[in-house]
Design a protein around this ligand. Sequence first.
Ligand code: PRP
Length: 235
Amino acid sequence: MQAVALNQNSVGLPESVGDNDVRILALMNPAPLVVSHPLAQIHLTAMRRQETSTAQFRWHLHRLAEILFTVATRALETETVTLQTPLAETQGQTFARPIILVPILRAGLGLSEAIHPLVPDAIVAHIGISRCEETAQPKPYFARIPGSLWKSEVFLLDPMLATGGSACFTIKQLKAAGAERITFICVVSSPEGLEAMAEEHPDVPIITAAIDEGLNDKFFIVPGLGDAGDRCFGT
Ligand code: PRP
């Protein structure tokens, strides 16, 4: 699949969509939302370029994270509060529920570093997962999750949705810990990862900047942007 420009309520379908793609997306409620805003696509394009340096990659990832989070929170429930300005009493909005950011280490840190300043009161829960290089199976190595997930808005953050193993595993952990409202934010997704999400967690909304063609024989997203963790941190 190719990433395509779409409006906010559309799915990232290419011009020639296969039956399998339709089947995957039909399973998901809501359907994945591909953020087509030109600013998002320009930052993504810079991230895809092989010659983009680590510093530039991280800078574009941060800018894209701000855009994706803004879209992901567009319908977040708020409560009305009464406040006093220097001139008069008026009403404003506050978040109805606590916000919890869950970056999947390492690459997810590139998203949380940019998003946390937008919601400085958010709690950050960290999940460490690395993929087995041969099988791409998720290997968890760290978890620090708060106990108040059931009453919170949880945002799972990982730039890549490849096989979907890492995201599906983490969402299972989050649900087991009581999370009821989870949104997954990723930069690049694959049809294979979306299918895994549709089968295991069709209730979790996905916000992404692109749906790419698919995985290669090493389970990397093609065309993708390489290894997001390595490109973000220079290792
Ligand atoms: C990459 C990526 C995702 C995961 C996606 O992490 O950042 O976490 O793989 O693949 P999946 O959908 O097949 O599970 P990696 O294991 O390379 O760890 P890193 O972030 O530390 O580089």
